[in-house]
Unconditional design. Structure first.
Length: 285
């Protein structure tokens, strides 16, 4: 399906941060398998993945029809298939969809996939109202669409059945500032404090000049909570990537880190403190 027009974003000084779906698709086509390996090479802490997987296990039942939008190379598609769901896989990047198919097939789970589709989270018109028991939008999609997030959440809710659940995660502003403080200080040295004060105020991170990634909206928990409660009832929330990155070789230490993150991630004071904020919305019957 067409990726749609360039969309206006939020003003920062005399420059606008814009969501460009074609650019996002091209970025992830070129990013390739790096989206899969980020949990293995330390770019994203492994316990963050486990928090996301734990929420899938909690809210997805065998036989559920699940939309995995922004599915990437298949980390969550594979878990959904293992849980016995019928999975509709969607991503803005055709390249990521090809990797997804290869990864899911390698696990012997392709029979659980209903379809794969190129889709922008802002436009899910190819699916009718109430198609899915559960809709999953983990990782970057809601952050990359900047201040169009309300439109996207409305679409996620629309395609979900009444009484069903929408699982989302977004990049965290507090988590970015604390986990990547040394990078933040380098940016202040390079660009000056006022520009970075504005990033902390708005959560809007531009790629002009080069900040190393796509333009994105980094969220406070209060912002995500306000956005989601417009569309239903929040029934769960957690930090993901709460603990600092730690490279450990001993399996028992790796398991300890996962247990610790899971034990602490849903504490109210922790919700903004991870690299991602995760929330589950129930669509009203």
């Amino acid at each position: 399906m067409p990726l749609g027009p360039r969309r206006q974003g939020s003003r920062r000084g005399d420059r606008r941060v814009r969501y460009d779906p074609t650019h996002v698709a091209s970025f992830y086509d070129a990013y390739g398998d790096q989206e899969w390996t980020r949990f293995d090479d330390g770019r994203t802490p492994r316990p963050s993945l486990e928090v996301h997987l734990e929420h899938l296990r909690r809210f997805v039942k065998p036989g559920d029809h699940v939309l995995d939008i922004g599915a990437g190379p298949g980390r969550f598609s594979i878990e959904l298939a293992r849980l016995g769901a019928a999975v509709t896989v969607a991503d803005i990047s055709p390249g990521q969809l090809a990797l997804n198919e290869a990864r899911v097939a390698a696990e012997g789970l392709e029979h659980r996939v209903v379809e794969r589709a190129v889709a922008d989270v802002l436009d899910l018109a190819q699916w009718e109202d109430g198609t899915f028991d559960v809709t999953v939008c983990f990782g970057g999609p809601l952050s990359y669409i900047l201040d169009d997030a309300e439109t996207a959440v409305a679409e996620l809710v629309r395609v979900t059945k009444p009484g069903g659940h929408v699982l989302v995660s977004v990049m965290s502003l507090v988590g970015a500032a604390t986990h990547f403080l040394s990078i933040l200080l380098d940016l202040v040295r390079r660009d000056g404090a006022p520009k970075n004060d504005e990033i902390i105020r708005t959560g809007l991170l531009s790629d002009e000049p080069d900040y190393g990634h796509l333009p994105m909206k980094l969220y406070r928990w209060s912002e995500l909570e306000a956005l989601l409660t417009l569309h239903g009832t929040i029934v769960a929330a957690s930090a993901a990537g709460l603990l600092p990155s730690a490279e450990v070789d001993e399996p028992e230490l790796a398991e300890f880190l996962v247990r610790t993150e899971l034990a602490l991630a849903d504490e109210p004071g922790a919700l903004s403190a991870g690299q991602h904020i995760l929330a589950v919305l129930r669509k009203e019957p």
